[in-house]
Design a protein around this ligand. Sequence first.
Ligand code: NAI
Length: 305
Amino acid sequence: MTISFEGQVAIVTGAGNGLGRSHALALAQRGAKVVVNDLGGTRDGSGASSEAAEEVVRLIQENGGEAFAHGANVAKFDEVSEMVDQAMSRWGRVDILINNAGILRDKTFAKMDLSDFQLVMDVHVMGTVNCTKAVWEIMRQQNYGRIVVTTSSSGMYGNFGQSNYGAAKMAVLGLMNTLVLEGAKNDIRVNALAPTAGTRMTEDLLPPEMFGLLTTESVTAGALTLCHKDAPSRMILCAGAGGYASTRLFETDGIFLPEDQQTPEKVLAHWDDICDTQHQTALESGAKQTEKFLTKAMSFVQSNS
Ligand code: NAI
């Protein structure tokens, strides 16, 4: 099966550099018209320049594709809205949104100013929310949409010095989980990409010999599987150096304790059973967890009445 984006319109945020650039080029190469968004600041989010995004547009156009650059700061809803309006007036639809823009402000939590925490949350979380909000109604009206959020192993598993970034990267998964449910009836599918790539974001964190293996193209191959016509929904795809894996959140079956045993000592006494992964499942929604607990409690009540 060949994956084609012919006739589709895609917005890729933070597409002037690194992964976003690679996603934008690949989407265009496979037929999509692309909005190349980039604020053009430095890695820590300061400054702005249109140069990098314009260069990506030039490359796309050289290859016969269609694209325009837009310097919207994803953390500002009015700028994002203006960008989406431009895409709509040029091309009349938005099929794909890849929320990729990101910055780093690493410090241990003890040394981190709250302003550095806030800015990282603004770009990654509110940036993703703003862009998604700006296309959501369009996708609902079209009965079609593919949205990718960009998470990170730092959020899913933690990383020293990245409490702000980790919190933000986990937050976008929370957003995805609910959008998956709310978007389903209009064929809006939402997935997450957890990349590892050699970019300016990671250049001083990775040894040079590894940098060459961690190509952006290897990650983009995964990203495209999350936003094509037959894409899944709620997938967390991890991709790096040609490796592809999936992360899922599972919950153990757990135990039930009747009222007279609901003490911390009894909970602790059942720790191994609570943590027993043998019958773990990935729940479809928060309500399914309540249902699971109530089913156990009700059956106890019934068997004792
Ligand atoms: P990068 O620094 O090369 O590219 C990020 C781009 O986002 C830059 O061009 C920057 O100008 C743009 N940007 C930043 N703030 C923006 C804003 N407010 N509005 C619009 N554009 C903005 O970084 P890289 O590595 O390509 O990262 C892309 C995404 O992948 C980020 O969300 C990052 O957190 C995520 N990621 C990257 C990993 C890696 O190994 N490179 C690991 C895990 C996640």
